[in-house]
Design a protein around this ligand. Structure first.
Ligand code: ADP
Ligand code: MG
Length: 465
């Protein structure tokens, strides 16, 4: 614990320096959410909320951060980041962990590609960010929320067992099912709560089989008071895993434990999932979440900006709510992008800015553009070859084409910087960052360049049509 306190103190000092060097909005947006995790061997570990957040900090504020840390800790100080996002890449199977609190703290991983969860110790695997309190109610989710709340208040005590929540991407399924777990634990209604994705369950199961630890695996899952399994559609086609899950399900159900599942479609429409399992899924209650209506979208945007301590003018909120209609993740994404653009370019948060953000979101969604598409179109417009765009040539006109392509890839795909670099002759993430800075400058200062850039972007927009 000592290093945490120390890390806290160090980070507080750094924050003072940073506050003097960036504008207030940037400070609120990009530095207040950062949590110091540990300090050892001159390495300060900072936890950030997402990969996007991490990339953004690295891209725009690495100098400020590094310099402030050097001032506070000393010349040889380093900063490492961990991401509290999702636990996709945890390698240690869940069931190997000690069941009591006090799991060893986060270890630092190599910079940039690290992705480990800094969630609370204990096996629950729940993200404390997901609560009923910050789940906005609306017609689209009212019934699902009420059912979830009932289950949270009385795990295994209602006929909603299992509770299955289904619906499209980004509509709040994970948020809702984790809220049940968080609530039940916090109020003492359940002690042993476990959240896993079905993929995680599968990977751990395969691992257990290989290591001859299948019994341990089964025993672990059957100890839970509440078992939450996310995205069960990924069980499709995995017969052995399904078989194990079938028995786990029965064991839990029979001993009066609560099971909560989510899926991207109603259980009956699951393909490649054994009928007997599907029939179990329909024993309890199945509820859906629908895309949010306009009022709910407005309420969500208000709440999120309030939570971030950011003032979003009403017209901006209404513009975004009216134009980003598909799902809540994209709503959040637009909000972050607006903040990002405003804080970076020192611009006011305005409807114009919102329009820009919504437009590039629309482009990337409509076209599902690939790196190859971008490379091809950029090489056409710049009149160089695609190989040159990907290659090593340092000729000025090729370098600028390559940097433009990198910039567009960053803008229009969700790819991490490292991956982008790998598509351009195996360059590293700092090269991509540098390219993005150069292009941002050209766009701001060079009308001829901007015209070319707009032409490229139009061509990309045409792809999906
Ligand atoms: P899904 O699992 O259905 O793909 P998520 O639960 O991951 O969707 O939700 C996507 C994002 O939207 C999350 O950050 C979540 O917190 C947020 N979100 C979803 N529904 C709501 C809601 N009703 N109120 C507030 N935030 C929400
Ligand atoms: Mg989900």
């Amino acid at each position: 614990m000592e290093t945490v306190t120390e890390a806290n103190g160090v980070w507080q000092e750094c924050m003072k320096i940073i506050h003097g060097r960036v504008n207030n909005l940037s400070y609120k947006t990009w530095f207040e959410p950062v949590v110091p995790v540990s300090l050892s061997n001159h390495s300060l570990v900072l936890k950030v909320p997402s990969q996007f957040f991490h990339d953004w900090l690295e891209e725009h504020y690495s100098t400020v951060v590094n310099e402030s840390v050097k001032v506070v800790v000393g010349e040889n100080a380093r900063v490492e980041y961990t991401i509290s996002d999702e636990d996709i890449n945890e390698t240690e199977p869940l069931f190997y962990r000690p069941a009591q609190p006090g799991r060893p703290g986060p270890q630092s991983l190599p910079a940039t590609s690290q992705r480990f969860s800094a969630k609370p110790a204990f096996e629950s695997n729940l993200n404390p960010r997901y609560t009923f309190d910050n789940f906005i109610k609306g017609d689209s989710n009212q019934f699902a929320r009420a059912a979830a709340y009932a289950v949270a208040n009385n795990p295994a005590g209602t006929s909603f067992n299992p509770l299955v929540v289904y619906g499209g991407v980004g509509l709040g399924k994970t948020h809702l099912i984790q809220s049940i777990g968080n609530y039940a634990r916090q109020t003492g209604r359940a002690e042993r709560v476990l959240y896993v994705s079905s993929e995680r369950f599968t990977v751990d199961f395969v691992d257990a089989i290989q290591k001859d630890r299948a019994n341990e695996f089964s025993a672990f899952y059957r100890r839970m008071d509440i078992l939450i399994v996310d995205d069960i559609q990924f069980f499709a086609g995995k017969e052995k895993t399904q078989d194990n899950f079938f028995h786990t399900f029965n064991a839990l159900h029979q001993s009066g434990k609560q099971i909560i599942l989510s899926s991207d479609r109603p259980p009956k429409e699951l393909k490649g999932v054994d009928d007997r399992l599907v029939s179990r899924f329909t024993w309890g209650l199945t509820v859906d979440v629908q895309p949010p209506d306009l009022e709910t979208r407005i309420a969500i945007l208000r709440k999120k900006s309030e939570d971030d301590g950011i003032h979003m003018p009403d017209d901006v909120i209404e513009y975004v709510a009216a134009n980003v209609t598909s799902n809540i993740r994209e709503l959040e994404g637009s909000l972050i992008s607006i903040l990002a653009k405003a804080s970076l370019n020192n611009r006011e948060i305005s409807v114009d800015l919102a329009k820009e953000v919504v437009r590039s979101l629309a482009v990337s969604r409509k076209t599902a553009v690939t790196v190859e598409d971008i490379q091809k179109i950029v090489s056409d417009v710049f009149d160089v070859s695609e190989e040159q765009v990907r290659g090593k040539t340092r000729k000025q006109e090729i370098v600028i084409a390559r940097q433009t392509a990198m910039y567009l890839t960053k803008e229009l795909t969700q790819l991490p910087l490292k991956t982008i670099g790998s598509h351009f002759g195996g360059r590293d993430h700092s090269t991509v960052i540098y390219a993005c800075q150069i292009i941002a400058e050209h766009l701001a200062n060079d009308d001829r360049f901007r015209e070319k850039y707009d032409r490229i972007k139009k061509k990309i927009e045409m792809i999906g049509m």
